[in-house]
Design a protein around this ligand. Sequence first.
Ligand code: NAD
Length: 266
Amino acid sequence: MDYRIKNRWALVGGASKGLGLGCARALAREGAHVVLVARGAPALEAAAAALRADPEVPAGTQVLTVAADITTPEGRAAALAVRGSAYDIVVTNAGGPPPGDFREWDREAWIRALDANMLTPIELIKATVDGMASRGFGRIVNITSGAVKAPNEILGLSNGARSGLTGFIAGLARNGKLVSAGVTINNLLPGAFDTDRLRTTLEGAAKKTGQSAEAVAESRRKTVPAGRFGEADEFGATCAFLCSAQAGYITGQNLLIDGGAYPGTF
Ligand code: NAD
């Protein structure tokens, strides 16, 4: 299926690795021009070079980079400046907050989590949606977490910040002026995906319990009905579909991609 997003412009946060890169790759393979944002220039440039050399990315597709911290006003300004805020697609994403005990988190820790996982997506949306509406097409996809539906106690900073974003999006995504002008806003909720973030979490758990990282990974895999971790490209494929012309009637949704791990009916 042709997703009809060739030559659209997409901004993708946290795009040098993991799920953000999976989304950028899938969008670029559909012929959308992509602007990749990540903090570390070497990994970012390597990711961009791989996309430019990808035989499935159509010739003429632009792959640009911005080495910046998307959670800061300066970083967002640099990312938005590439297109003068005129993006057709925005995938909001940054690293998740650290795990821990809520007794150890002070106000600063909460502000950092809220900045990264709630306020940064809201600021990016604020800067881009009205322009999208005026041009008659827009897609916002927020990478949140399966923890929004099934919270994990040690990820309290993530549970709190992402729930705030989810509540905000639930209202905005149903704004008649935006939806009738072709702008949709949806959240993608990853379960366990084979990325650096998951590997670091598993290594942390291994150290705590004295097990090997592979033993911890194996018992985690057993909690997933699919019997495996997800791949970033599977995540990216779903993101590209939500950004397609065909997905114009889908807005305000929270889509879990978790290999069946969430046990509820809704
Ligand atoms: P990852 O660590 O593999 O990749 C994160 C990417 O974001 C990297 O490119 C990194 O450079 C970039 N990044 C981090 N902070 C940034 C910042 N402030 N500014 C710009 N770029 C930044 O992580 P991932 O597994 O791809 O996770 C992406 C998001 O999904 C995270 O918020 C994570 O908490 C969430 N998540 C992941 C999983 C999983 O299993 N992988 C599960 C649930 C939720």
